[in-house]
Design a protein around this ligand. Structure first.
Ligand code: UD1
Length: 421
């Protein structure tokens, strides 16, 4: 199994180029199912999750080719299946995102799920409620979900989401673009990835208005055409490098960013005394200019503070004098990294969805696990400032979501190695 070995490093310094957004490219790839004509997606990051989505599209009968420059050509015109098998579906929760486009295109879809436990912890009820509102019959079996459109296909409807789920908003939007009539998604997710998907679909000829607000209006069209689109930069990767500058008290120029997408992260870092400035070149972040102070964060749907940056921010807070509170409101149980940080000498207590951090004590290298994708990044950040060596296992999580992770960090002066054992 591969591991990261991280040693205490000098403050990170230099320029880093942000890749295309993982959370955008996966739904964009799924959307390429819809037109029945070739599509091109540019700035596609080379990630394990992208490979899994490529394999899913191929398993449906599509042709997929990723070039070295990140240009991805997808041709689903010969698609001959609307079923995602167990082996592929179980590799990535985001595989569920093909359900909406398959239902719209084929009228019938079957997707296996990674198991009852995962459904329980991260349910898909809002996705399914949306498909049902569009007139589909949905049958949930022990380890798969089947949906079938009515005899006249999907019919536009008004759908209110109990929670602004990103995946449900994307899935319903993709199901509704070819439906008969108008669909409204209310209390929709407002994340930039939703806007990116709507832009891609509109280029195909869809009629979507209001993406990026809490009400999205989709007027169904009969046909979509192939198109080309460039993925937005990854705001979570951007946030991770902002935190890398902060925790190491380093100085980074982060290039290929959309400043609006990281506004909440920038605001919280500035509150702590980190310099975050937008320049012509990119986002300049300097953690070594001012004495740093603690702050509190609360994760929320966009434009609130992103849950995906909660663990890297917590790693940073352990290094700042004073006490702070982190409240997680998007995912229950997203505190698995707390035990790992405490193993490194951090002083964090949790109660329900609240973590109390007493910061300022020097961390010590330890054997820890990347308990999820972003927690893995948090452990690397902690390792960069911890005394000695930090050995991080289960790093496949990190490789699922960060392009050239080790190379980019090493180029900034991080002492990190990937080893195979
Ligand atoms: C996406 C992102 C993930 C990010 C998350 C929240 C992708 C591939 N992943 O995940 O990185 O952390 O948004 O910003 O884009 N929920 C339900 N029922 C549903 C769907 C969701 O109760 O049908 C709940 C979830 O359990 C969770 C919350 O809603 O508590 C948010 O989930 P959601 O926004 O759907 O996240 P994902 O789309 O899975």
């Amino acid at each position: 199994m591969a591991k990261f070995l991280v040693q205490k490093s000098e403050p990170l310094y230099g320029e880093v180029h942000i890749s295309g957004a993982k959370n955008s490219v996966l739904p964009l790839m799924a959307a390429a199912i819809l037109p029945g004509e070739p599509c091109t997606i540019r700035d596609v990051p080379k990630l394990l999750d992208v490979t899994v989505m490529e394999d899913i599209l191929k398993s449906l009968g599509g042709t997929v080719k990723l070039q070295d420059d990140g240009t991805l050509d997808i041709d689903m015109s010969a698609m001959n299946s609307a079923e995602v098998g167990w082996e592929l579906a179980s590799k990535m929760r985001a595989s569920f995102i093909v359900m909406g486009p398959l239902l719209a295109k084929k009228g019938k879809v079957k997707v296996y799920m990674p198991g009852g436990c995962t459904i329980g912890e991260r349910p898909v009820d809002l996705h399914l409620k949306g498909f049902e509102a569009l007139g589909a019959e949905v049958i949930v079996k022990e380890n798969c979900v089947e949906a079938t459109a009515g005899p006249d296909g999907l019919i536009g409807a008004s759908i209110y989401l109990d929670f602004p789920s990103v995946g449900a908003t994307e899935n319903i939007m993709m199901a509704a673009v070819l439906a008969d009539g108008v669909t409204y998604i209310e209390n929709a997710a407002e994340e930039p990835e939703i806007v990116d998907l709507a832009n891609f679909l509109n280029k195909m000829g869809a009629s979507i208005k209001g993406a990026g607000t809490d009400t999205i209006k989709i007027e169904g069209v009969n046909k979509l055409k192939g198109t080309a689109h460039t993925v937005i930069p990854d705001r979570i990767e951007t946030g991770t490098y902002m935190l890398a500058a902060a925790i190491t008290r380093g100085e980074l120029m982060i290039k290929n960013i959309v400043p609006d997408h990281v506004r909440s992260i920038a605001a919280k870092l500035r509150e702590c005394g980190v310099v975050v400035e937008l320049t012509d070149e990119g986002l300049y972040v300097n953690g070594g200019m001012n004495p740093l102070t603690a702050t509190d964060i609360k994760t929320l749907p966009y434009p609130g503070f992103p849950t995906d940056i909660q663990s890297p921010f917590m790693a940073f807070l352990t290094t700042v004098d004073g006490s702070s509170t982190v409240i997680e409101t998007v995912f229950e149980n997203r505190f698995m990294h707390v035990a790992e940080l405490n193993r490194m000498g951090a002083n964090i207590r949790t109660k329900g969805n609240r973590a109390m951090i007493q910061g300022g004590k020097e961390l010590e290298g330890a054997r820890v696990a990347a308990t999820d994708l972003r927690a893995g990044a948090a452990m690397v950040l902690a390792g960069l400032v911890a005394k000695g060596t930090t050995e991080i296992s289960s790093i496949y999580h990190v490789e699922r979501g960060y392009e050239d992770f080790v190379e980019k960090f090493r180029a900034l002066g991080a002492n990190i190695l990937r080893i195979e054992e």
